[in-house]
Ligand binder design. Structure first.
Ligand SMILES: C[S@@+](CC[C@H](N)C(=O)[O-])C[C@H]1O[C@@H](n2cnc3c(N)ncnc32)[C@H](O)[C@@H]1O
Length: 421
């Protein structure tokens, strides 16, 4: 069928009210029924079409709002422009640029942010995995702060990008970041304005270790400076983290958990409550070795696979320093995983980037010799898709969702699965 014929056959199947529905922006007002994945509020048109609404700084179910909506054939998408009723739990944002800045979405949810996120996750899991799949919710402690922030310099001001835009929102502090990082923002601004640091660089990452003390600034070329009382000094030092009894080093500017102490506490707690131990752990998408280190000596051996060469070099050093025998390999996980990976007492742990697992990799994992698998994912929708693909050969035993990214609508999902015989 050609595309035109396909489109008219699709239209013919639509209920009459939706046929020839124009695509146009309209004003809408009504109640928020519930929260959907990504923090969107769900409303409904008079003819029953679903409406997904975005709002800066949180929406509470039950609030009545006005919005600008772009109607599509089957649903509408829009942005809240005014609140007609506000939930009494709504709090004043503790950040002066909260409304414009694209870094946080839940400031006005105040102490109820965790509950709103739990509702968003419940909605996603119910739709993706069906009713009645048990899961646990792990709210962030009040102490969780970002140990890594990305700032932009436009030649005159330093700040974050506005929501959905590359327009700069200048900032002098960031209450979502660990104190030393927040306090380093004006120091970076001064150094860039005074040309003590290369002012041509437009993207800067500020990072700190655990506990949060020393601050590093890394430019878009990977050059790093350490902040000292008299200013910024070129540095080739790694960033140190002491996570419980686990020491770990990584390069500034490289991938690492945004809130390392909270991530280590949450992941470490789950791995030990699931009582994982045995022969070999395959730490796939292993980064600098966080999961292998958290599992400590509960496995006899570790094979870490990661595509970043520098990360693998740090993983080798981190695991060696912890006295944990391991092989650390630079490879693409999807190409590396063989048919029949592992033996009965082994664990396959996968922590892929946001896009999740390739379909062929899920199929190959279905032939694994290992009987236990842990899947970690920071994009809930991709994670559910992968759980369903893996479900052909693996049973879901435990599902935990962790609020690793407070003040945003992002979460980390962790599943424990057992291979069906
Ligand atoms: C979400 S991070 C997890 C890192 C580590 N598990 C941690 O918690 O610190 C994903 C990691 O996968 C690596 N990566 C991305 N694509 C990859 C691929 N195709 N094969 C192997 N590693 C990959 C990235 O470099 C990154 O270190």
């Amino acid at each position: 069928m050609n595309r035109k014929a396909e489109s008219s056959s699709r239209k013919a199947k639509l209920p009459p009210a939706y046929r020839n529905s124009p695509t146009r922006t309209e004003a809408w007002s009504g109640p928020i029924e519930r929260l959907a994945w990504g923090g969107m509020g769900v409303g409904r048109s008079e003819d029953g079409r679903l409406l997904l609404l975005e709002a800066p700084l949180a929406l509470f179910p039950g609030e009545v709002v006005e919005a600008k909506v772009l109607w599509k054939a089957r649903h509408g998408e829009g942005r809240v422009t005014r609140w007609l009723t506000r939930d009494p739990r709504r709090a004043a944002a503790a950040c002066p640029v909260a409304e414009a800045c694209g870094g946080c979405e839940l400031w006005e949810a105040g102490s109820h942010g965790s509950e709103l996120k739990r509702q968003m996750v419940a909605d996603l899991l119910r739709r993706q995995l069906g009713e009645g799949v048990p899961w646990t919710w792990h709210p962030a402690p009040a102490s969780a702060r970002r140990h890594r922030i990305q700032l932009h310099w436009d030649g005159a001001a330093l700040g974050y990008f506005q929501r959905h835009s590359h327009a700069l929102v200048p900032v002098r502090a960031c209450p979502a970041a660990a104190d030393p990082l927040s306090e380093a923002i004006p120091r970076l601004q001064e150094a860039l304005a005074g040309r003590a640091l290369p002012a041509r660089a437009s993207r800067w990452e500020l990072s700190t270790g655990t506990p949060a003390q020393t601050v590093w600034a890394t430019d878009e070329r990977g050059r790093t400076w350490q902040l000292e009382p008299d200013g910024w000094h070129r540095s080739t030092e790694p960033i140190p983290h002491q996570l419980g009894r686990t020491p770990l080093l990584h390069e500034p500017g490289a991938f690492f958990q945004v809130s390392p102490p909270w991530a280590a506490e949450a992941f470490g707690g789950l791995l030990s409550s699931w009582n994982l131990k045995g022969g070999t752990v395959y730490d796939l998408y292993g980064g600098v070795g966080l999961f292998s280190l958290l599992l400590d000596d509960r496995f006899q051996h570790r094979v870490l696979v990661e595509s970043g060469e520098a990360a693998v070099a740090w993983a080798r050093r981190n695991l060696e320093a912890a006295g944990l025998p391991s092989e650390c390999l630079v490879a693409d996980v999807a190409a590396w995983v063989p048919e029949g990976l592992g033996a009965a007492g082994d664990l396959i742990l996968l922590d892929p980037p946001r896009a999740g697992l390739e379909p062929a990799l899920c199929d190959r994992l279905g032939t694994a010799g290992a009987r236990t698998l842990v899947l970690v994912g920071c994009d809930g929708a991709a994670f559910c898709r992968d759980l369903k693909r893996l479900g052909a050969a693996w049973d879901l035993d435990q599902l935990a969702v962790v609020d690793l990214f407070p003040l945003t609508s992002h979460v980390e999902c962790v599943a424990l699965m057992t291979r069906r015989p």
